[in-house]
Design a binder for this molecule. Structure first.
Ligand code: ADP
Length: 467
């Protein structure tokens, strides 16, 4: 529907342009004849006509002015003999036959010379004045009212037929040309429309390939970029919705166990008669542990959502990161020894400065240390190394313990992701520790990543920009 409208618009435009071109041509011809009339008087051929120099006795003819202006004067007598010739000579013979002379007279119009021929009856000769033609355009409409009426009709019909054919060819050319030109716009437009429609219908993988290099190609690139962006945004939104849904499911799942347990034991305490003191203490202990577990989970969830909130701000302070890590490691030593873990630290003596919120940052190290002790057997070696690479402090926190499967290297940082995936794991971990730690590292402009050790154990790498 739209295609037709645009093509018709083109057809109309082309017809108007063609008709205007015809009008312009007619106007140009009229202008040409006017201009030629304007200069006619000054042209050499008109300044020296044959009638001006003719004499009864051809011998007295003065040809000097004509010859000086590049022309020629010839006299042909009754026997068609060239009896006088001065300057330019286009006849080129001393004697002509009657036939040759007739040909000369009739064909003189089509030669690039201007001939002015006068017959002198008294002297019995023809005077021919010749000038070379500068530029001449022969186009004229000639008619005579006295011509036979039938001829007029026939000639008129022939002209009308030619004009009609001309207009028909013009219309056909305009039609074909308009369709071809319109197609160069309607075809890419249709492809773009189809792409947009697909996008509107929810197919975000829709892309347009016009194989053009003009403005449409720019439009195509913009369209494709836009579609790619929408596709990306939509998939991100889907993913974040999925993450949120999973998070809620995990939270309710993880809270359900301690809450059910608290409820069950509380009811037992209330209803069961004749309970020994020891039994009662055991029940209360279970209630206490479960409420601690629920409380820890809620505290960590609160911390995680705080880190995600736009109002969250660090309290950054310029800190010597080597000195600071050394202090934290010193605080970890009693814990490692108490739990029976081996340790080694490799922190350079030099001062390396970074902007840190030390309270938050210590949370990362504490969490990694807790994990190392929680998930690995006694006797595991835990090492902390710090070095500076490309304006970044790189802290490798490694252990030679059970390790984490390589395919979990990314997902382990997602909330509630645990290696054994058992929700009521004996370890009591919430699965939120690494997510919180990564978010704190990111808030510092750095990152926390896992590099599963090829040999044994795992290496967590914290990177922080230095100043
Ligand atoms: P959690 O509160 O369960 O410890 P984290 O996010 O801190 O949650 O850790 C996620 C999981 O990663 C843990 O449940 C554990 O299975 C695994 N993990 C973390 N650190 C280590 C480690 N040093 N060695 C082996 N497994 C680990």
């Amino acid at each position: 529907m739209k295609k037709r409208k645009l093509s018709n618009q083109f057809l109309r435009n082309f017809l108007v342009i063609f008709l205007l071109a015809i009008l312009d041509t007619v106007l140009a011809l009229m202008l040409l004849s006017f201009a030629s009339r304007l200069i006619a008087g000054s042209l050499t051929k008109n300044r020296y006509p044959a009638s001006a120099i003719i004499k009864d006795d051809y011998k007295q003819i003065d040809a000097s002015a004509v010859v000086q202006n590049g022309g020629g004067v010839q006299v042909v007598d009754r026997e068609y003999r060239l009896v006088y010739s001065k300057g330019l000579d286009t006849i080129g013979k001393d004697k002509l036959t009657a036939e040759e002379f007739t040909v000369f007279l009739t064909e003189s119009k089509s030669k690039p010379y201007h001939y002015d021929i006068v017959y002198n009856p008294k002297g019995g000769f023809w005077l021919i004045v010749t000038f070379p033609t500068s530029i001449r355009l022969d186009f004229a409409l000639v008619y005579n009212k006295e011509a036979a009426a039938g001829d007029f009709t026939r000639a008129g019909l022939a002209i009308a037929f030619v004009v009609l054919c001309y207009l028909l060819i013009l219309a056909l050319t305009a039609f074909i040309y308009s369709r071809i030109t319109a197609a160069s716009i309607t075809v890419p437009l249709k492809k773009l429309c189809d792409g947009t429609r697909l996008l509107r219908e929810g197919d975000y993988s829709a892309r347009v390939d016009l194989r053009l290099k003009n403005e449409f190609a720019e439009l195509q690139n913009t369209f494709n970029d836009m579609a790619a962006r929408i596709e990306h945004e939509v998939s991100m939104r889907k993913k974040s919705e999925e993450d949120r849904r999973r998070l809620i499911l995990d939270i309710s799942h993880d809270l359900k166990n301690p809450m059910t347990s608290i409820q069950g034991y509380a009811e037992l305490l209330m209803k069961k008669a004749g309970m020994t003191k020891q039994e009662r203490i055991e029940h209360v202990e279970i209630i206490l542990n479960n409420s601690k577990r629920a409380n820890q989970l809620l505290t960590e969830l609160f911390e995680l959502s705080q880190l995600d909130s736009p109002e969250f701000l660090l309290k950054p302070v310029k800190t010597d990161i080597c000195e600071y890590i050394r202090q934290i490691c010193a605080e970890l030593v009693p814990q490692f020894e108490r739990e029976g873990f081996k340790y080694e630290f490799d922190i350079p003596e030099e001062g390396v400065f970074a902007i840190l919120d030390t309270d938050r940052f210590s949370r990362i190290i504490q969490n990694l240390a807790n994990n190392a002790m929680r998930y690995n057997p006694k006797g595991t070696l835990v090492s902390v190394r710090l070095n500076v690479q490309n304006n970044q402090a790189v802290i490798d926190f490694s252990d030679n313990g059970i390790g984490i499967l390589a395919h979990l290297a990314e997902s382990i940082f997602k909330p509630f992701v645990r290696v054994d995936d058992s929700r009521n794991s004996k370890t009591g971990g919430s699965g939120l520790g690494l997510s919180i730690a990564k978010k704190i590292a990111e808030a510092h402009g750095g990152d926390l990543t896992l590099h599963p050790d090829k040999n044994k154990g795992s290496t967590f790498r914290i990177t922080i920009p230095t100043i």
